[in-house]
Design a protein. Sequence first.
Length: 78
Amino acid sequence: MTSWTRAGYSQPAMNGLHYKSAFVIRFDPNTDIEGGRIEGRVEHVASYKTKRFCCLGELLSFVGRVLKEASSEENEQS
């Protein structure tokens, strides 16, 4: 489930940076990449959208969807 949170990123520090395609990924301690077990949480820096994931497919799906949304919003503003 996607949730909305405010991570407290400093807006002055963000000005001028290309963060619309930036993500923070936190892997849970039981992640075993070599064993194919990937769990954690991902956050889109610009929108603060977050998602818990329990496999690589969920992580990539979230990233792809958010990047597509960000691109659409940017095109609408142009």
